[in-house]
Ligand binder design. Structure first.
Ligand SMILES: [Zn+2]
Length: 839
């Protein structure tokens, strides 16, 4: 006997069993296929289901049914499986490779195919990108069961006409973090009181993945294995329709597209996408939700302009991405202003929307196929109209940063060509819109209030100097980044080795050697010296490893240097003389030892988990250097003396006077306090440093201005900085800027932290440039009153130590390769900064 789950449909006041609501509509079901309830031993909605059980259930379906197969498309940071269940008719499944080829013909502008109705439509039902928005993964199991086990003619029609790819959990690590929380605190009877622990997750919460990244921003940036695996899958299948299920605040109803009209306008998207297709699907969602009595809304909120959402990336690939937002029960049952909302109720809405997506897609197969074909055709015709024929880029001084950018382009199937150290991306290619996304910047905006970033020209994230050209000599096409960097083996020296500090991986290579006990020094001035039999110029910050100072013999040193070069692809140079041709000699007082950094970061309630995660991710995955993460609740027990650097990212630090004094005194001993965003403001407010913020100008008029109430949200929203790319002027002689050769650097600003330039003339490392706007929306008022008067990065003397204050986050979303170096310099070279006295 199936256990009956009571699904309380509060708003319409009737009760219904979870099994009933779909069994009724799609019966009969094959008895050999277990329902989720039979498999799990509890009804869907009674508990939150662990990801491994979800995978096990889908594997069971694939094992038992000739309609389904399952593949693993990746593993998460924590080692969880990322899976895709393919469901279609047994005939289609046997013929999948041919179907795929027939399907891909529509994405290739060179092929002239018109069999729109003969090829099944490809649909990707994707769930639970935010781990603590859990209803959709439960709906995924019910949906998979329905499609695999139902014998209903309606379902059989879907299977004949579509290949449905079910991705049950995009973010398994976050999901399990949340699942563990709510199941742990679930009461019996259930406690609907919103104040109960069950409804109030603890930091860092399950929304994000292992490194606290929002995977629903990562489709474009592709930093995490979840997105990288998904993108590889995506570009094999190019689905016509993709769902993206979410949850929002408990006091809401249900949202589906169309989104906010103005903001959804994207200059590079075909307007049919958001005008025709979203309306077509929206009308069907409305009908289905009407039929089960669920309330919903459309159009008022959200925008799909940022191309890194699960609901916007598919739009850039000729598909239709669909966003759904369900009011969350945050737990199993919670009291709201409207009554009670149960987990099962939220699952039901997602289930209904998922199957309605399949139905609508199948009913409009020809329209969807033709749309995708036109999308890629118009890419080529639009490119023809563009005077820009391509972009040239490359940085010979930093091959690893260049490589990382190319890796991104290739992942998005953008064609890249190479000629020596110069790389070219032509506009004339099927992925023209991705080329625009990566390189184009925008000055004009239809709307001013953005749900997220309004700037995403990824080339600027990488500080990749590029230029548009009207004539293009392509060179040789590259398909992988594996062979991009070719280094000569390091010859053996009995005198010294030198590493450029310019390469993105230089800090990782240095840390690797420091771990092995190697003593390395940093040059505060440039020089040139005979290295590897030629005259080689070294920039500020070059790293010197003298052989005679080391505790091990010359052969071992050579071996370690060779390993470091091979592991991190950073060139090392052997030198046999201390006498330079130009600039300082190798025994100069301007070359001083680099202390191995020991970093600690405060985390926990109040701390912005994204920023903390970005620091952790950078040091773990790119520098291979540990950072101790200390919860604020343990701050009083924390022995700071073990560390050289303390990182405080944006957040609320409600410290007592004594606690603030503890940080200050530790810094004064010669250590480095690194603050980002609002933590920089905090350090100034708490007088840890003698710096200032730009104060709000006082209203010159005493006349109270009156505005329409209904416009309040829009007016206030306009002044917040959603995310804009600005140019700073960098002092490249400062230790914090070692490794940069150009004083113009793009930075990302998405906060309202306005640091006044330091009164100390040597301490404002980065100030916004004369004409700072590169990309994204910012009001004239913010530009004139704030940006033009403020600094992006300053350093301030604190006793024998110093505080490095970042106004702007140098590690944003793990993808600001261009500014990561500023942050790493603060950790590695903090004690090189001898700030002249400010008194
Ligand atoms: Zn969400």
């Amino acid at each position: 006997m199936l256990k009956k789950l009571l699904l309380l449909v509060i708003l319409s006041g009737f009760t219904l069993s979870a099994q009933d609501y779909f069994v009724q509509k799609y019966k009969p079901f094959t008895a050999e296929i277990p329902s989720p309830e039979t498999f799990l031993g509890y009804g869907i909605g009674e508990h939150h289901t662990r990801h491994d059980l979800i995978v096990a259930y889908l594997e069971k379906l694939a094992e038992l049914s000739d309609r389904a197969s399952i593949e693993e498309y990746g593993r998460t940071h924590e080692g969880r499986k990322l899976v895709m269940l393919t469901v279609t008719s047994p005939n289609n499944l046997n013929n999948l490779n041919n179907l795929r080829e027939a399907h891909l013909a529509f994405t290739d502008p060179k092929q002239k195919v018109s069999n729109y109705n003969e090829v099944p439509l490809f649909i990707n039902l994707a769930y639970n990108v935010h781990g603590n928005e859990p209803s959709s993964s439960e709906a995924a199991m019910l949906t998979a069961y329905t499609l695999v086990a139902s014998q209903n003619p309606e379902i059989l029609k879907y299977l004949d006409n579509a290949v449905i790819f079910i991705d049950p959990t995009i973010n398994p690590d976050g999901r399990d973090r949340h699942t563990q929380w709510v199941n742990t605190y679930q009461g019996s009877p259930e406690v609907a009181d919103p104040q109960d622990a069950e409804h109030n997750e603890y930091w860092p919460m399950g929304r994000t993945n292992h490194y606290w990244f929002d995977l629903n921003r990562d489709w474009l940036l592709a930093i995490n294995p979840e997105s990288r695996g998904k993108l590889k899958w995506y570009h094999q299948w190019y689905p016509n329709v993709v769902t993206d299920f979410h949850e929002m605040g408990t006091q809401s109803t249900y949202f589906f597209e169309p989104m906010k009209t103005n903001a959804s306008f994207d200059p590079i998207m075909p307007k049919e996408n958001y005008e025709d297709l979203n309306t077509l699907f929206g009308n069907e969602f409305a009908k289905s939700l009407d039929s089960i009595g669920s309330l919903y809304f459309t159009k008022e909120v959200f925008d799909g302009t940022y191309p890194g959402y699960g609901s916007s990336y598919p739009d850039l690939q000729g598909g239709l991405g669909l966003l759904f937002e369900q009011a969350s029960s945050r737990g199993h049952r919670q009291t709201t202003a409207f009554g009670e909302i149960t987990f099962a109720f939220t699952i039901r809405n997602q289930y209904v929307s998922g199957l309605t997506t399949v139905k609508t897609a199948v009913d409009n197969k020809e329209i969807m196929r033709k749309y995708q074909q036109d999308f890629f055709k118009s890419a080529l015709t639009n490119a023809t109209k563009n005077k820009v024929k391509g972009y040239l880029f490359g940085d010979i001084h930093d091959q690893n940063r260049t490589k990382a950018f190319i890796d991104k382009l290739l992942l998005h199937k953008v064609e890249v060509y190479r000629s020596g150290n110069r790389f070219a991306v032509p506009t004339q290619q099927p992925q023209y819109r991705m080329v625009q996304t990566m390189f184009e910047t925008y000055e004009k905006y239809r709307d001013s209030v953005y749900y997220d970033a309004s700037a995403w020209s990824v080339a600027n994230f990488y500080n990749m100097k590029y230029r548009p050209v009207n004539n293009l000599d392509l060179g040789e096409k590259i398909s992988t980044t594996q062979e991009l960097i070719k280094l000569e083996p390091v010859s053996k020296s009995s005198y010294a080795y030198i590493m450029d500090w310019d390469d993105y991986n230089a800090p990782a290579a240095l840390y690797y050697l420091q771990q092995k006990g190697i003593i390395a020094s940093s040059a505060a001035k440039p020089f040139s010296v005979r290295a590897n039999k030629e005259n080689k110029s070294f920039n500020y910050g070059a790293v010197l490893i003298p052989v005679s100072l080391q505790k091990v013999d010359g052969t071992s040193i050579h071996q370690m240097i060779t390993e470091a070069q091979e592991k991190f692809n950073v060139p090392f140079y052997a030198v046999n003389t201390g006498l330079s041709d130009n600039g300082i000699d190798l025994g100069s007082g301007n070359i001083s030892p680099i202390k191995q950094p020991k970093a600690v970061m405060l985390i926990g309630n109040g701390v912005r988990s994204y920023e903390a995660g970005e620091v952790w991710h950078l040091l773990d995955t790119r520098v291979h250097m540990p950072i101790t993460k200390v919860p604020i609740r343990n701050f009083n027990k924390l022995n700071l003396d073990k560390y050289t650097s303390l990182v405080m990212v944006s957040g609320q630090y409600n410290f007592t006077k004594n606690q603030i004094e503890k940080i200050k005194q530790w810094t004064e001993k010669g250590n480095t306090l690194v603050t980002i965003g609002s933590a920089s403001k905090w350090a100034i407010d708490k007088k840890i440093v003698q710096e200032e913020l730009i104060s709000k100008e006082k209203d010159s008029t005493q006349i109270a201005i009156r505005k329409l109430y209904v416009d309040a949200r829009e007016n206030i929203g306009k002044e917040s900085i959603g995310g804009v790319i600005l140019k700073v002027d960098l002092d490249i002689t400062h230790p914090l800027s070692y490794g940069y050769r150009d004083n113009q650097l793009p930075v990302y600003k998405n906060n309202s932290v306005w640091l006044a330039p330091s009164k100390n003339p040597y301490a404002t490392v980065a100030k916004y440039a004369e004409d700072p706007h590169i990309d994204g929306f910012i009001t004239k008022k913010n530009m004139a009153e704030h940006i033009m008067n403020s600094a992006s990065l300053i350093v301030s003397k604190v006793g024998k130590g110093r505080a490095v204050l970042f106004a702007d986050n140098p590690n944003f979303r793990g993808s600001w390769y261009g500014t990561n170096r500023l942050f790493l310099n603060a950790l590695f070279l903090g004690d090189k900064i001898k700030v002249p006295s400010q008194d």
